[in-house]
Ligand binder design. Sequence first.
Ligand code: SF4
Length: 374
Amino acid sequence: MRVTFPHLGNLWIPAKAFFSSLGFDVITPPPTTKRTLSIGARHTPDGACLPLKVTMGNFIEAAELGADTIFMVGGIGPCRLGYYCELQRRALARAGCNAQLIVVEPPLSDLRGFASVVRTIKRRATLGQILEASRLAWAKFGAVDTLDQAANMARWRESDPGRVDACVRRGFVLLEEAETCDAVHDAVGQTLHDVECCTEARSGPALRVGVVGEIYVVMEPAVNMDVCKKLGRLGAEVVQPITFSHWIESHIVCDIARWMPRPDVLSWSRPYLRHFVGGHGVESVGHSVEMARSGLAGVVHIAPMTCMPEIVAQSILPSVSRAEGMPVMSLNVDEHTADVGFDTRLEAFCDLLLARAHEAGEASPYPCHRPVST
Ligand code: SF4
């Protein structure tokens, strides 16, 4: 069995650790590029949302390298993710790809389906090995998020453009090589230390900007045009509350262990949106409210074109912006989105936030106007 999975930012690191620890041959899908997108778009319906197209491209590229089994997450509720596995099965067959698609459904919504995935894995490994592999993968999930967050907080203070990202890239290599939880811990400690060494003190406070939206586009720099990096280079300290480990905690661990307190994003969104609308619609609204009340300067909301939960959030965010007094900018992405359009809009948004800070007589944030492409 030569297994693969969606590339999704740095998610491939814990996913590879999990399957490799269980003795599977792992074919890591190549990083997402324009080719990935164009392959995915060719084999999926026009109106499908971007994550479906990108994951299709990932699967076909991995199959070209020899993968014969694909693991993909499923879902329930208003979001279209729930039926994507069926579309993908048919699209893979039409593309002449014989790989088997195994869908991991949320345990409590499809216990039988989840048990069948566990049985497939158990044929290769004992329960003890599965637990050990899960432990290592969980440590890597947390580590990936920690390094991403550290880069988001540090870029605006880096002494030379690109040094923070170089440190974090080295950290991801160490993480991939780590075979124990202790090694993961050491890799994180070393990388955080390196990141701190390539930053310097700034005289003014940071221009703090939040990034919210659908998890796939928020976590995959190749499809969100590297929005966090661009904001960092424009002088913003980026706060990104939607992460892999948070998703696993709230959608899988809390789902199984009903006694665990759920992260209470619903209480933040309640004045504007009271119901689950699928995907990360509630999170986009709730986190925006939370960030406005914590004094962030503004929020960038990223949504895949035609994504229903984010269309709902996008229609509510202007009310949040007016009522909470914080600018929010929504950006839609699809396979035709260009870097330059993003650059212009992000530069204009940061200029607006800086002007507001000056008008409010706040101590001037660090006014960095380096071109975003540096
Ligand atoms: S949340 Fe939106 S983009 Fe993500 S799978 Fe669902 S419909 Fe598609």
